[in-house]
Write a protein that binds this ligand. Structure first.
Ligand SMILES: NC(=O)C1=CN([C@@H]2O[C@H](COP(=O)(O)OP(=O)(O)OC[C@H]3O[C@@H](n4cnc5c(N)ncnc54)[C@H](O)[C@@H]3O)[C@@H](O)[C@H]2O)C=CC1
Ligand SMILES: CC(=O)C(=O)O
Ligand SMILES: [Mg+2]
Length: 622
């Protein structure tokens, strides 16, 4: 069946417009007489993709992409027009299916679409709406809905946003990076889509997470939206479903690995830092296998950080210190906390390393303190409690593997289950970064009732919502109101009756990464040091008042995200200055920065944040 009917009646005004278009020298292929004659265009790059007359989206062939400077501006899979239509129709029909079968939240994707269309039409207005209603719409452009968006991206993809560097582009990246129209880029968020939130390998469709994170960079940190760039590095996917899906937008091959993989990421880094030497690159949602290796490979040479490893660690430290304060104890008591961590991936190990270092600093900042601090942690992964008896132990988890004899004395063994560990350890904190929804089962939470803490803390940090280790309702109903609760994705506070509220904090790296990026940018530091990250975490930890913390509120509400980001950025700048890393930014030289008081640094940050206001536009010929 033909997709377009040849017998469509054209209105006379449309006919007039078409005639004018053809006589003006723009020949289009729908005139039967002109057949395969090419269409002459006087545009290139994004201007073509944003022009409905010329845009073919994913159907642009590779040679056409090269001719028109489109390489990298579209997902790498070239699609036939029929497949394009099929992709669109699947999406269109999904609405009917949803209406009939009742999905969990039919409105979330609809809201995302409406916001996304506004984003395409008018960036200033989009960010004005987002900033003014951040509490309501952060969960749409960010977790949890962004996860659903990535899972449905082949249907939702309309106008491309960001750049795609694929394994097929090897040898070309240095030139194709110039296809991006902006002369200045301040912030790149890059992913390879290998572990998107807790949803696993979503391949090229993971670009949605880079877009969502950059939305927060603009809304929270006031990074100019013309200077952000979401990037997907497409090295294939190991997701069997996507490998077979004809509508998949990415390279349909298994992921590159080993040196081939590193070569692609190396080439990308060289290309972007050659074109934009001052850019900051945030690595996002890389599987842990690569997250640590790439961080070590680049962190001393490039301005980069890994949000899942370093941003999450800082937020968790702030939360853990908040939990100590919430028990009415001084922060310096942190090294006495017994912490059970479920999940030993990029996020879990990042948190463990940072928490151990923080404890060691409090205990005297020496080798002995560092050694003794590790005895406060019990780590459980998919195979249970990690001990020195584990075969083929992951080297990143090795420092936290418990001694077998010691575990024997505690009534535990290699591979002990989470519930056994909680029963024996009676921890102060139970922290989940496992991506397993419901892992903190009724049995586990019942076991936590015997915690030796006066106010145990539960951090169910996995995203999106369905991956949370437990909900606040379940936690408060089993353990009562004398607990601290935080989750990675937002949940509502719980009404405990009699006017009592169980506070649900959102423990998400969104409270740090925007400030880390902004502070690094404005300090002009060439690298992001451990000290800068620590300063960011400490600022977040100190942000909440004693009153709030005692009520169980250990993280700010997202409505305060612009303010906290400003403060975090100022702390990062101050530390960069103290470590002699600051080189200044945009006319503000490092010597001047050094003279600033704390308040002046905050003012400097404020002044450099973009606000969504329409500027006056003036035409000037190139
Ligand atoms: N709230 C936040 O700010 C952040 C949350 N996350 C979330 O953390 C989760 C994990 O992220 P990554 O560490 O990068 O993933 P990953 O895949 O590298 O690690 C997952 C870990 O969980 C373990 N695990 C699996 N099943 C388990 C079970 N039944 N019991 C205990 N452990 C189990 C695995 O063995 C692995 O060590 C994701 O859901 C992600 O969304 C990640 C970064 C920030
Ligand atoms: C929040 C975040 O970065 C994650 O869940 O991966
Ligand atoms: Mg992440």
């Amino acid at each position: 069946m033909p997709i377009f009917s040849n017998h469509v009646r054209l209105s006379s005004s449309l006919l007039q417009r078409l005639k004018r278009h053809v006589t003006a020298g723009v020949h289009r292929s729908f005139t039967t007489t002109e057949g395969n004659r090419p269409t002459i265009v006087h545009k290139r790059s994004l201007d073509i993709l944003h022009d409905p007359w010329f845009n073919k989206g994913t159907a642009f062939s590779m040679t056409e992409r090269d001719r028109l400077d489109l390489r990298g501006l579209l997902p790498p899979n070239v699609m036939s027009p029929n497949l394009q239509i099929e992709r669109f129709m699947v999406d269109l029909k999904r609405l009917q299916v949803q209406a009939r079968d009742g999905p969990s939240d039919p409105n979330a994707l609809a809201k995302w679409r409406i916001l996304n269309r506004l984003h395409d039409r008018n960036e200033t207005m989009y960010y004005k709406v987002l900033i003014a209603n951040i509490e309501e719409y952060a969960p749409v452009v960010y977790t949890p809905t962004v996860g659903l968006v990535c899972q449905n991206y082949s249907g939702l993809f309309r106008r491309p946003r960001g750049m795609y560097f694929s394994a097929e582009d090897r040898g070309e990246m240095m030139s194709m990076v110039y296809n991006w129209p902006a002369e200045q880029v301040d912030m790149i968020v890059v992913t390879d889509g290998s572990r998107v939130l807790g949803l696993g390998d979503l391949g090229v469709h993971g670009i949605g997470i880079a877009i969502g994170k950059l939305d927060l960079y603009v809304a929270a940190a006031g990074i100019n939206p013309q200077r952000v760039l979401p990037v997907m590095i497409d090295v294939g996917t190991n997701n069997g479903k996507l490998l077979k899906d004809p509508l998949y937008l990415g390279l349909q091959q298994h992921r590159l690995d080993g040196d081939d993989y590193v070569a692609v990421v190396d080439e990308f880094m060289e290309a972007v830092f050659t074109r934009w030497p001052n850019v900051i690159v945030q690595f996002e949602d890389f599987q842990s296998k690569w997250a640590f290796k790439l961080l070590q490979r680049y962190r001393n040479t490039y301005r980069m950080f890994n949000d899942d490893v370093q941003g999450t660690a800082g937020v968790a430290i702030a939360g853990l210190l908040g939990a100590v304060r919430a028990q009415g104890r001084p922060m310096i008591d942190f090294p006495k906390q017994k912490i059970v961590v479920a999940g030993a991936g990029s996020a879990g190990i990042g948190v463990l390393n940072a928490a151990r270092k923080t404890m060691a600093r409090m205990l005297g900042n020496n080798e002995i303190a560092y050694e003794s601090a590790k005895s406060q942690f019990w780590v459980v992964d998919a195979k249970g409690l990690i001990t020195e008896g584990r075969e083929n132990i992951d080297p990143d988890a090795l420092p936290f593997a418990r001694n077998l004899k010691e575990m024997d004395r505690q009534g535990l063994r290699e591979g002990a289950s989470l519930v056994e560990v909680v029963k024996q350890v009676k921890p102060d904190v139970l922290l989940g970064l496992s991506a397993v929804g419901g892992l903190f089962s009724k049995e586990v939470l019942e076991a936590l009732k015997d915690s030796t803490s006066t106010r145990p803390a539960i951090f169910a940090m996995s995203n999106p919502t369905k991956n949370a280790e437990c909900t606040p309702e379940v936690a408060f109903s089993i353990l009562g109101d004398n607990i601290i609760f935080a989750s990675g994705s937002p949940f509502r506070d719980v009404d405990l009756g009699n006017g009592r509220i169980g506070h649900c904090n959102q423990g998400n790296n969104m409270y740090l990464f925007p400030g880390i990026g902004l502070g690094t940018l404005l300090s002009g530091s060439r690298v992001i040091s451990d000290g800068m990250l620590q300063a960011a975490a400490e600022r977040l930890a100190a942000y909440m008042s004693d009153d709030e913390v005692i009520q169980g509120i250990i993280f700010p509400s997202i409505s305060r995200i612009r303010d906290i980001t400003q403060e975090v950025a100022a702390a990062v700048i101050k530390e960069a200055v103290e470590e002699d890393l600051a080189e200044g930014h945009n006319g503000m030289d490092a010597r001047e920065l050094r003279k600033f008081s704390q308040n002046e640094i905050v003012e400097y940050v404020k002044k450099n944040m973009w606000n969504p206001e329409y500027p006056t536009l003036v035409y000037k010929q190139d």
